[in-house]
Ligand binder design. Structure first.
Ligand code: IMP
Ligand code: MG
Length: 196
């Protein structure tokens, strides 16, 4: 059953998320269709190399995307978790990225696919890729659900992109503001008065 069918979404609560969302940027239906197309491209790219693939989701923003994506990938894989903090806290402007929890798997000679929610300035993924390359994987590719086209650095490319979006602060489908809204099923633009 999709989130649209959750009866809890139709009841009223004291702290509904809905009132904080200015507009829906990408609906859950669009996300679901795009995630399955992304999985097809990933499957085609890896082909026989999918054996021994290690997926490295960057926590916590990628959890919901990861859960949907890997269930569309029909081959065996391992999942190694990494947590990175980008010091956003109560502000939406990016700070320095810092590794909070390191990978718990050996990736030497393995093909690695990093999965993250969004490519903004690229500081998070640069840090992650730098850390992973030191462990001599066979390859490192990157899959992001969203990319802020105008801000993403030109010298840093990713292999799979769900959607290119405008430069707005978005929440939902795993993306947070101050650790809230990750469970909003669509991707929405947060009302600017909440963080300005
Ligand atoms: P970067 O390091 O500047 O590329 O930012 C990447 C990280 O910042 C992402 O993994 C997100 O956790 C967070 N981030 C960037 N833009 C947004 C946004 O619009 N909404 C929520 N989180 C964001
Ligand atoms: Mg993140």
């Amino acid at each position: 059953m999709g989130a649209a069918g959750c009866s809890a979404l139709r009841r009223s609560y004291n702290v509904p998320m809905e009132r904080d969302i200015e507009r829906i940027l990408i609906s859950r239906k669009c996300i679901s269709e795009r995630v399955s197309a992304l999985a097809d491209s990933i499957g085609e790219t890896y082909g026989a190399d999918s054996e021994g693939l290690v997926i490295v989701p960057i926590l916590a923003g990628s959890v919901i995307f990861l859960a949907d994506l890997i269930r569309c990938l029909p081959f065996k894989m391992k999942i190694g978790l990494m947590t990175v903090s980008s010091y956003r806290g109560k502000t939406t402007s990016a700070g320095e990225s810092r590794l909070i929890q390191d990978l718990n798997l050996d990736i030497e000679d393995r093909h690695v696919l990093v999965v993250d929610d969004i490519l903004d300035t690229g500081s998070t993924l640069r840090l992650v890729v730098g850390e992973l390359r030191q462990r001599r994987p066979a390859s490192v590719r990157i899959c992001v659900l969203l990319r802020k086209r105008s801000k993403a650095p030109r010298d840093f490319s990713v292999d799979f992109v769900g959607f290119d979006i405008e430069d707005v602060f978005v929440v939902g489908y795993g993306l947070d503001y101050n650790d809230h809204y990750r469970n909003w099923p669509d991707i929405g633009v947060l009302k600017p008065e909440l963080y300005e």
